[in-house]
Structures are given as structure tokens and as C-alpha cells.
Design a protein around this ligand. Structure first.
Ligand SMILES: Cc1ncc(COP(=O)(O)O)c(C=O)c1O
Length: 362
């Protein structure tokens, strides 16, 4: 049996919606883009959603729109995809990292250190599990700084009755093909209740245009194409059902794997937190051996992430980071292994994966 690790969904209806947009709409800034934004804002429960062409652009443009500048420090988690920090290092922002919680892989609020240069905290809802937002927001409020959620892996996740993307001042999403929902290519979204930030992101994604021929800020070309937005509208309709399926798969994995000695499992949902299991990531000191065993059995796995951001060659070079500065993050990056999870994963496939893991542990 072959079990892929992710399987992006593209139905005939989605292809048809894209074709329809290509035939009948402006190819950029078409009706579908505005409809997608409206629907996404409603799903998150925020006043504004502004689409862009990637999750990276969402973080970059919304930090700029909120007034973060070159030489400002942005504190985040090193246990993330490198785009979390590339987004602001690209305009001269300086990364600072807090170590993560061993149990949840998200920022440990007790490790957050604010300096006079810190302008924003960017909690990453890694693998679809919301960060400890109440504690983070309290720290940020005390310091008078911004909270931007990197919700690129957490479409639809719930934290104390609110959706990811509606918890901090700004939320940022990616629609990269393997995410819980996608747009048939690259795409992203900024969510916020702040009308000024939303207006400035709209301007920044559209070449800094004030009017058709007048530009009053240095902008970018970061619009979401109409055909991609049309696919996004169809995907969004399915999101809740897909997330339910992911939760059901995660629950089954948990039931089948919980008694294996030496295998750590991801956090379970609680009455307060409903994660969306973008990834189902286990941890084990024998990660590479388990990975090889599964690979031989035809089970594709992933490592999220092999190298923490601060130890990426370019971050070592630019900022002088060294091994040992974030012990929990660094250990987890050696231990984590992502198992196959996607809405159409069958019971047979999941059972097969669990059998092969059980076999590994003898
Ligand atoms: C946590 C996280 N942040 C940022 C990004 C960047 O999103 P994109 O690839 O759409 O630029 C991603 C996804 O790739 C991500 O997983």
C-alpha cells in the first residue's frame, strides 16, 4: 500500500468556478476576489479580510501596514516555516525568538522577552493548534505592542469560542496547496478588525496606488488572481467538513498510538481549543529510523521542521544565532515526524500506517 502524506483536493466544481472567473471576470481584482474576502471575513468573525498572493505577503504587508519598520524587532517562534520571519527580515525587521512548549509546539509565554525595540509578537498556530493567546495578548497589551497571528496552518481553528485570525490584532493565512484549504496555487489572506490596517494592506498589494495613476506609498504586486479566488470560495464552503474529518482522523491516530512507549502524540482538543490538525506530528528520539521504516513500507512522512529558523544558514550568518539558544525547539526539530493526514485518508490507509508504527516499536 502507498500512503501519501498530503493530498490537495480539486473538484470539478472548483475547476468550473475557476474557468467561469477566467471567462467572465477581470483576471485580477475581479468579483471573485471581493466575494472570497467577504466569505473569509465571515468565517473568521472579523470585519475585514484582504486577500494577497501568499501567506508570506500576508505577514509582510500587514506588519508594514501596522507600522513595523526596518530595525524593529518582531518576536516569534523558531519552530515554524522560514517564511514567518522572512516576511519581515525582507524589509529590515529583526527576528527575536521565544522557545516553545514541549507539549504543544507553540510559543511558551513564559519565555517571551520584550525589549524597547520589540514592536510585535507573532505567535504561530503550528500544525493547526492555537497558541496560548490569552497570555500572549496580556504581555503584548502591557508592552503596548501588536499581536499578529501566523494562522497559515490554522484555517478554522477555535480558541475559547473565537476563530484563529480573530484572536490578535491581525491574522495571516496561507492557501498553499497542502493547507487545510487552498486556492489552486499560491494565495494568502489578512484578517483584522482594524479598518486602517485593512485599507493600507489593500494599497500595498496593489502597487501602492492611491488612484489609478497616483501612488503615495511604496507598494508591491501581491494581488490574488480572480480564478484562484473563485477556487477559494468553493474550498471555503468545504473547510468545516474537512476540518471535522481531520479531527476524526487525529482522534483515531491517538486511540491507536497512545500506548506506544517512546512515541509522543500531539495535543488533544479541549473544551477551550479545537485544533484543525493541518499536520499530525508525533515525536520520538528515533525519528530518522521510524521515518526510514515507514518509507520502506510506502508511507510518506514529513519533517516540520528539520532546521529551526534561527539555525538556518542565512539566519546564522545575518544574526549570529548558534546551536543551544532555544533548547526545546532544537530538540523537537530532531524528534518530530509528520504522519499522513488529509480529509480523504481512508480507514484502511490509517490502519496501515498505525500497524507499521506499532511494528516498529515491536
Ligand atoms: C507557519 C507558516 N507561516 C508562513 C507560511 C507562508 O505561506 P506561503 O507559503 O503561502 O507564503 C507558511 C506556509 O507555507 C506556514 O506554514
Amino acid at each position: 500500500m502507498k500512503v501519501p502524506f498530503a493530498q490537495p483536493i480539486m473538484t470539478e466544481g472548483m475547476v468550473e468556478a475557476a474557468a467561469n472567473a477566467l471567462r467572465n471576470e477581470r483576471l485580477t481584482m475581479g468579483d471573485s476576489m471581493f466575494k472570497f474576502e467577504e466569505a473569509f471575513a465571515k468565517m473568521c468573525g472579523v470585519k475585514h479580510a484582504v486577500s494577497v498572493n501568499s501567506g508570506t505577503a500576508a505577514i509582510q504587508l500587514s506588519l508594514l501596514a501596522a507600522g513595523v519598520k526596518a530595525n524593529d524587532t518582531v518576536l516569534t517562534s523558531s519552530m515554524s516555516f522560514v517564511a514567518t520571519t522572512n516576511a519581515f527580515v525582507a524589509f529590515g525587521g529583526v527576528p527575536a525568538f521565544a522557545d516553545v512548549l514541549d507539549s504543544e509546539y507553540t510559543i511558551d509565554p513564559t519565555k517571551i522577552k520584550i525589549t524597547p525595540d520589540t514592536r510585535a509578537i507573532v505567535p504561530v498556530h503550528l500544525y493547526g493548534h492555537p497558541s496560548h493567546m490569552d497570555e500572549i495578548i496580556e504581555i503584548a497589551e502591557e508592552a503596548g505592542i501588536l499581536v499578529l497571528e501566523d494562522a497559515c496552518q490554522a484555517h478554522g481553528a477555535l480558541y475559547r469560542g473565537k476563530r484563529a485570525g480573530a484572536l490578535g490584532d491581525i491574522g495571516c493565512f496561507s492557501f498553499y496547496p497542502t493547507k487545510n484549504m487552498h486556492v489552486g496555487g499560491d494565495g494568502g489572506m489578512v484578517t483584522t478588525d482594524d479598518g486602517d490596517v485593512a485599507e493600507l494592506v489593500k494599497k500595498l498589494r496593489h502597487c501602492g496606488r492611491k488612484g489609478q495613476y497616483e501612488h503615495d506609498v511604496i507598494g508591491y504586486t501581491a494581488r490574488l488572481n480572480s480564478a484562484n479566488a473563485a477556487i477559494g470560495i468553493e474550498q471555503l464552503k468545504m473547510l468545516e467538513g474537512w476540518n471535522e474529518k481531520r479531527r476524526a482522523i487525529a482522534a483515531k491516530y491517538h486511540a491507536r498510538l497512545k500506548d506506544l512507549d517512546g512515541l509522543g502524540l500531539p495535543p488533544q482538543p479541549t473544551s477551550d481549543i479545537s485544533p484543525v490538525y493541518h499536520l499530525y506530528t508525533v515525536k520520538t528520539a528515533r525519528r530518522d529510523q521510524l521515518r526510514a521504516h515507514l518509507d520502506e513500507a510506502g508511507v510518506q512522512t514529513g519533517v516540520h521542521y528539520e532546521i529551526p529558523i534561527h539555525l538556518q544558514p542565512i539566519y546564522r550568518e545575518m544574526f549570529g544565532y548558534k546551536d543551544g539558544q532555544l533548547p526545546v525547539t532544537e530538540r523537537l526539530c530532531k524528534e518530530v515526524l509528520t504522519l499522513p493526514i488529509f480529509p480523504d485518508l481512508t480507514d484502511d490507509q490509517m490502519s496501515y500506517v498505525c500497524e507499521k508504527i506499532t511494528e516498529f516499536y515491536g
